[in-house]
Ligand binder design. Sequence first.
Ligand code: PLP
Length: 426
Amino acid sequence: MGGAVRDYAADWDALSRSDPEVARAIADELNRERSTLRLIASENYASPAVLAAQASTMNNKYAEGYPGRRYYGGCEFVDVTETLAVERAKELFGAEHANVQPHAGAQANMAVYGAFLDPKDPSQKVLGLVLPHGGHLTHGSPVNFSGKWFSFIGYEVDKDSETIDMDRVRDLALQHRPRMILAGFTAYPRVIDFEAFRRVADEVEALFMVDASHFIGLVAGGAYPNPVPHADVVTFTTHKTLRGPRGAVILSRSEYAKAIDKAVFPMMQGGPLEHVIAAKAVCLHEAMQPEFAEYAWRVVRTARALAGGLAGAGLRVVSGGTDSHLALVDLQPIGMTGAEAEATCEEVGVALNKNAIPFDPLPPATASGIRVGTPGPATLGMDEPEMAEIAGIIGDVLRRPEDGAVKEDARGRVRSLMDRFPAYPG
Ligand SMILES: *Cc1c(COP(=O)(O)O)cnc(C)c1O
């Protein structure tokens, strides 16, 4: 190991010489990440070790199949890294089986549906949270393969509490007799009652699937309930709270191992991305360290502090708070749309996204809310005092979006935060 490996793993000088246009854009992106406050709940900062594994010559290897049973020779070393990723995923989450090959969260979910559902049989239904209330595109949205090819029945959050009403989920399950019940969302701030979902699934003899993409890093650190003991299958992305490479993992009970593996390859994918799988192994190792638990708790603590600060600034926090890494914020009290808030915040160096709130009167392209998340700031080491400052900055610019002096001041405050908590220092 040493110099020779480093040259080939990620030779920045070679890229700058051979393709300055691409090199420039990559450098600009790094600079943007260093100067922008990242409150996008699905984004994070992968470690240099994760990035190095991804930028390695494992990129070059074809390895269709699974460790020990590949369709190509020369797989002895990618077998090492893929086996490490599988074993670490099983150990970290207490799972009986892990498939680390899905290229992304959407592919992982597609493989699970492929394993258990026949798209030609519309009587095989799936119960999932509707997109406007926090479900994901792959949970039955009509513009996605899930909604186009499979029969999804949508449940909603309760209008008053803005949380999931398990009685309503049970009623729908009894009415529709789904083959699968799906929990785990993309814009839902509260804890999910996995045991209650399991009971409903058992009552109607449905499979229980959890899409833990957003909160899996919190589970790894013990700061959010683990769905694995209750679910038949758990999918998750590795690049959100888990802070790894872009990609996904499927965990399951051993009785479903064969069906899941066959659905990932050869049903939905070809050759696995072994460089990305090596990086998944690295991020899972990082997630097993005590510092990662500290990070996970800091994520939740800071999300609560940020939500509280924004409420203090006159905004309405959906469901009254958060138990996770994100908060949904209703802008109707200040008469602004989500799209306007997103653009205004971007002007001062704060990256967040507009988001529909439950029962939103506006279409999704404008939306009445924003979604804010703290995985990024928590990785940089920010804590509760910084959240008070950030809530103050956001409150100031959103209340007076036309005031140039307020924006100039906000830009300076964001810059000084990012100077104190640098991304990729060095
Ligand atoms: C992000 C996300 C996905 C999709 O992941 P991609 O890697 O973007 O395909 C799926 N489900 C949920 C709940 C997510 O949050």
